[in-house]
Design a protein around this ligand. Structure first.
Ligand code: V47
Length: 366
């Protein structure tokens, strides 16, 4: 392997990794530019196996998007509708949202992942009651809810600080924050693709506050649109810097851009090699974040499975009823059963572990 790494121009990066020296911006860019993808994969897989061996995590979860009404106008989004009453706009009543959980009373779910549009008219109580109701129905369910963008929106709309919003939602049952809304932290990209929602510094500040309040969270990166390799690596380094401060991120999740039905529809979707490489480079740059997750809904099932040899140790979960990606043209199934996920993991030569949101082991499937 040594000679292959040398031929790929990656010998010095391999040496740094051997010596436990951190990779910098220029290293990350070279990892993106090196033609030999399998040399990059070999390095990423070595880091993955150092941390997790063959183990590959997934959870039994559902996704809930209670409203797609959203005042922001992100160019990549196919899900949002500007106003209530616009074609395709919907807002669930609390009863309708709770029924999604009641209807799955026979499934041993451990998590609900909630992401919403930025609705201009719903009162703060709606979100508080949404969480309280879920906990009434299933007190043991973990509520991974509201991106930092939603938290910022609530704070501004309801005249509270970010910390007050988080504390009040925690009192109602909030258990952790998902990693959405991070997109690409670089100002150039945000100005173009999501200029009217919370900026990178605020996004990071909200996760810092959440971590200080004892919540765990994730961090995503939307790739495969207008961002450069430098901007991808810069994004990873900003996440790494916050993780040095707080240790509160559990997983880094690259999200493949889907171009259907949005304002960036002229762009092609990222290719399989691009997706595999982004996950591999994330594993190599993010030496302080335990897990790299392939969100199979976004990457496609086949690429997510292959990514288990490109630095990935987590496949998210059963998901069920996903809308954001399917409205943007995803052709993946909307849900997978635990058996289907385990089959994919085993067929890739890895060992499945069912985890809860905080990575406690729920079961080791036989
Ligand atoms: O922030 C929206 C992305 C995100 C498109 O924390 C799109 O465990 C691609 O954050 N093409 C929300 N991506 C989803 C998310 C997430 C997913 C899985 C797991 C976790 C976690 C978080 O979806 C948004 C945005 O970056 N998105 N539209 C699109 N057309």
């Amino acid at each position: 392997m040594r000679s292959r790494l040398a031929a790929a121009g990656l010998a010095d990066i391999a040496d740094k990794l051997d010596a436990g020296v951190r990779l910098g911006l220029a290293d990350g860019v070279r990892l993106f530019e090196a033609p030999d993808l399998l040399a990059v994969a070999w390095l990423a897989n070595r880091e993955r196996e150092k941390r997790h061996g063959e183990r590959t995590f997934f959870n039994y979860n559902i996704r809930l998007e209670a409203t797609n009404v959203c005042v922001a106008s992100c160019l990549f989004c196919s899900f949002a509708r500007l106003k209530p009453g616009d074609t395709g706009a919907y807002t669930m009543s609390l009863e309708q949202a709770w029924e999604k959980l009641r209807a799955r009373r026979h499934q041993p779910l451990t998590e609900i992942h909630i992401v919403n549009g930025l609705h201009p008219d719903l009162p703060f109580d709606y979100y508080v009651e949404l969480l309280r109701g879920f906990k009434r129905i299933r007190p043991d369910i973990h509520l991974k809810a509201f991106t930092a963008v939603e938290i910022a929106f609530f704070a501004d709309l309801f005249g509270k600080t970010d910390a007050e919003v988080l504390r009040e939602l925690m009192d109602a049952g909030l258990d952790s924050l998902p990693g959405g809304g991070a997109e690409v932290f670089a100002e150039r990209v945000r100005q173009k693709v999501c200029h009217d929602k919370c900026g990178a510094d605020r996004w990071l500040a909200i996760h810092r506050t959440a971590h200080r309040l004892g919540l765990r969270s994730n961090v995503t990166m939307l790739y495969g649109h207008i961002e450069t390799c430098e901007e991808r690596v810069d994004h990873m380094l900003r996440a790494r810097a916050l993780q040095d401060e707080t240790g509160g991120f559990q997983a880094f999740i690259p999200l493949a851009f889907h171009p259907d039905n949005n304002q960036m529809r002229k762009l092609p979707a990222p290719t399989a090699s691009d997706s595999l490489r982004v996950h591999a480079v994330a594993r190599l740059m993010l030496d302080n974040i335990a897990h790299v997750k392939a969100f199979w809904i976004a990457t496609g099932v086949e690429v997510a499975q292959a990514a288990l040899w490109f630095g990935v140790d987590d496949l998210d979960g059963t998901v069920q009823e996903e809308r954001i990606y399917h409205m943007a043209g995803a052709r993946t199934p909307e849900s997978m059963t635990p058996d289907q996920i385990c089959r994919l993991i085993r067929a890739a030569g890895r060992s499945p572990i069912e985890r809860d949101t905080l990575y406690n082991v729920v079961s080791v499937p036989a």
